[in-house]
Design a protein around this ligand. Sequence first.
Ligand SMILES: [Zn+2]
Length: 593
Amino acid sequence: MSVIDEVKQRIDIAEVVSQYASLTKAGRTFKALCPLHSEKHPSFFVYPEQQSWHCFGACNTGGDIFAFVMKKESIDFGEALRLLAQRAGVTIPSRFEPGAEGKEKERLYQVNEAATQYFHNLLVNAPSGEKARNYVASRDLSPKTVAEFQLGYSLNSWDALKQYLIERGYTEGELQTAGLVIQTEEGKTYDRFRNQLMFPISDIRGRIIGFGARVLDDSLPKYLNSPQTPVFDKSSSLYGINLATAAVRQQNTAVIVEGYTDTITAHQNSFNNVVASMGTSVTEKQVSTLKRLTKNVVLALDADVAGEEAMLRSVGYENILGAEVKVIILPRGKDPDDVIKEDKQNWQRLMEEALPVVDYVFNMVTAKLDLKTARDKSLAVDKLLPIVAEIKDTVRQAHYLQKLARLVKLSERSLDAALGKIKASQSRRQIKEPKPEAITRALRPILSSPLEEYCLALLLQHPELKDKSEGLLPEYFESSQNREIFIAWQQANDLSSLKDKLDAALHEELDALINKSLPANQIELKYADCVLRLREKFLQNLEAKKAEVLASAAEAGGTAAELAKLEEQGIEVSAGLREVFAQKARRGQEQRR
Ligand SMILES: [Zn+2]
């Protein structure tokens, strides 16, 4: 099975889409306001059975999970594959990485460095950087800090960076791989970052791996990141790590905050051991990165989310570090940036008062309980004992077992027996379920599409068909990998340039198609047939999708306008289908003659 199929099998489209749109169940489908265009009435639908989506509104398009992520994140197929593979826990074999992997990465560091200098110069010197300079000044960031963090400004232009870098010898392809430009459906590219304050993100060795960007007005999203690239993986990167390394080693402690400006303000105030998780919740990979520098990690968490976050993950982090994780709880509604600016001493004090995370969880759980009652005692044990069971360090585990026993006034021995049971079931779970996600996510059947593949094989093996390919549209290919190959074929002049255009993960499928055995005669006729059948399948599929939508809309007593709009679109499709039937009939007559 290919990596692509494996990803498709493990990922549920509704689950992924629900990160971008709020889905409501409508019959066998889900509907939502389209996350790809702005609208007032939902015309975006997800079909779990087919693992596909369709927007009947302005987008008027659809596809599989890859097509969705590519559109939504403005990334290419390879980037989407890597993103989804990571989510699904599928490893992309290294043979899918380009051969000269090291060289490619080196070029990406270089192009990122060049972009960093370009942005930085604009922020510091350009007249057009005025607004960004004002923003920086309003956040009290000193010129020294701006230089240290190499902050920058991206012009309000579609191609300023692109032109600059191309003049310096970088290719459009390299810019695209680096995530600095976005490619349109027509194959044109434009600058990803425009009119934003730029935060270059470095790895621990100080190489620029990607960018964070903040808008300078009230538009949303406020922050934007580079996409996943061969050198940038947000979930394992920590903002400021290159500048924090020395201090982390020296103080033997690292503090993780959430935001870019939290880190910058901390450093400006000489709290140099601070790094940021960049808006996401802290990940195991980030903790592993820090482990190379220190075992002592302090999380500076937002009071609102701190509880759950700490509860869910921190013991896991402790096990990675082989040490205690501490938590500081920020005053409600304030982030580290505010706290430090108000009074440096406050930050110092919060650090000194940082609690071991398990103690914090104990406080949080017991605060809501009345431990004199039997019911609440049992609740406390139910919630806390599994956390104690997770602690690998036996001394610390014993410590917290004692603490719990004292709290609920039970003998340690009775708790110890319960602990033993939990541990046994945890280890059984570990043996039986090496990959919990793989179990809970039922494996989906792979919807293969022999017709699509047959058609592609014809095109690839018979260059003379290129002139006859009008009327064949990318949307007719439901599976993204076939769609990708078709689009690359449209753009390429020969097989080798076609291969260059394709992500390495698609090379195996391409080779299989090129070597597929095909009938030797009547190629043109067979091809025309194939196109017609693909078109028919596409339209029928659309019709079926619409029927499902109509049924669910009627069931739910959908608004008349909504129904009318859908009906209207339905009529167009029916017209398309009628045309296909007419063409088929004509062809039948011709063949009989
Ligand atoms: Zn749409």
